[in-house]
Write a protein that binds this ligand. Structure first.
Ligand code: ZN
Length: 435
């Protein structure tokens, strides 16, 4: 097969930026070949830009169904496309919660026509769940909560957790774990919020889950807030993710107040810097946005009443790619964590510029950042905790070989995003010290 489109670019291929020619099978939406010189027409060049794989965001809350004032599947995936994210995996604590097959099917049918990028749906298990295996096998994986959160008023007992991990392992599905101990007292500030859901509790919850889990459980620990939490996950043979807000913000962000209220909480500056160091060193394998928009009105309420969560899917890659550059970190570390590693974890042919992989990638000029403005973003919530920070601009974005963002504008069509098929997760690595 001859490529029907050839891209000439400095691209991130096999862990390094290289001048290559990338041949696409546009019909199949796949990368066909990568060579120094490749025949074929038409050809597209990206002068002054870098070409990198689209992000695979394991963790978004697009609020559809349930909270159209905050977000819906169209606005959320539109933001993803403009932020260089080509695949989003949506969490199950929508309204209603995706804890049974009928709700999974209703949500799937409802959001498909709105998707501007590829997408998958997580499910969760609650006391109301029946047919656990069928539900798990339909979804991309199972989210389990160890503390109450938006839409999940009660986390299960230790025994529930054990049982639920067993169901997920039987269904051969990845578990995304929200590891926290339930809060002790209602906090009124960011510092109190940190103390009420402490970092030690997060580590203890990961360790307890590791003890409760069957040996073949495949678990991803979501939003690790400290290097210690990431190490506890790795010790269990599990992956861990960090969010942009835990990497870049701390509980001293008093001017943000409840706008920076997130679960698990922002930590003190030293912990945040430790997390960045662990991320930079590869000890936190995955970057995930935990995009969780709430309206300005809700976030403007007194701290105790304001909901937890911040938007982030559109700003994750632009911020982190710029931040890496200014801090002297190889952009490849960000791309490995936001694209390649999550693609591998879910067994998807995504997140790498490689023959046989989906032709999902974006181009940006690393020397032309702009300041982030909440009012420029697609999310219906209309604000960002990163207001005024510099970030790179996604100039062009291709999904399945189709141009969906050009000149910084969305030129694709809602409904063109494809649902990703659930895959078996990689087998659990042997925990450290077990052999
Ligand atoms: Zn979340």
């Amino acid at each position: 097969v001859r490529p029907d489109l050839v891209l000439e670019a400095k691209a991130w291929v096999r862990g390094a930026f290289q001048d290559v020619e990338i041949g696409l099978d546009h019909e199949a939406g796949k990368i066909l070949a990568i060579k120094r010189n490749l025949p074929g027409t038409p050809r597209t060049r990206f002068p002054g830009k870098l070409l990198v794989p689209s992000g695979v965001d394991l963790h978004v809350h697009l609020r559809d169904p349930g909270s159209p004032a905050k977000e819906d599947f169209r606005s959320g995936t539109l933001g993803a496309a403009l932020g260089g994210v080509g695949t989003v995996l949506d969490m199950p604590n929508t309204d209603p919660v995706v804890d049974r097959l009928s709700r999974f099917e209703e949500k799937r049918d409802r959001v498909a026509s709105k998707a501007c990028v590829d997408w998958g749906l997580w499910s969760t298990f609650t006391p109301q769940t029946t047919r656990h295996l069928d539900l798990a096998m339909q979804s991309v994986g199972v989210k389990l909560y160890l503390a109450p959160t938006t839409g999940i008023p009660e986390a299960g007992t230790a025994q529930d957790l054990s049982q639920r991990l067993l169901f997920a392992a039987k269904a051969d599905r990845l578990v995304a774990l929200h590891a926290e101990t339930p809060p002790t007292r209602p906090p009124a500030t960011l510092v109190e919020h940190d103390a009420s859901r402490p970092a030690q509790g997060e580590v203890a919850a990961i360790e307890a889950a590791a003890r409760a889990a069957p040996a073949d459980a495949a678990v991803h620990v979501c939003h690790a807030t400290t290097a210690q939490a990431a190490r506890a996950a790795s010790k269990a043979g599990w992956s861990a993710g960090a969010t942009p807000h835990h990497l870049l913000l701390a509980n001293d962000a008093t001017s943000l107040g409840a706008f920076a209220k997130v679960n698990p909480p922002l930590r003190p500056v030293a912990e945040r810097d430790g997390l960045w160091h662990a991320f930079a060193g590869g000890e936190v394998p995955i970057l995930e946005s935990d995009h969780a928009p709430h309206t300005r009105e809700e976030k403007g309420r007194p701290f105790t009443e304001a909901p937890a969560g911040v938007p982030g899917v559109e700003t994750m890659l632009p911020l982190l790619l710029h931040e890496a550059r200014t801090r002297g970190l190889d952009a490849g570390r960000v791309l490995e964590a936001a694209c390649a590693a999550p693609g591998r974890l879910l067994g998807l042919p995504k997140g790498q510029i490689e023959p046989g992989y989906d032709a999902d990638f974006f181009a940006y000029d690393p020397r032309a950042p702009r300041k982030l403005r909440g009012s420029d973003l697609q999310s219906r919530c209309g604000w960002t905790p990163f207001e005024g920070r510099e970030a790179i601009v996604v100039a062009a974005h291709y999904l399945h070989g189709d141009l969906v963002v050009e000149g910084g504008r969305f030129v694709g069509r809602a409904g063109r995003g494809r649902m990703v098929r659930a895959q078996s997760p990689p087998k659990r690595r042997v925990p450290e010290g077990a052999a």
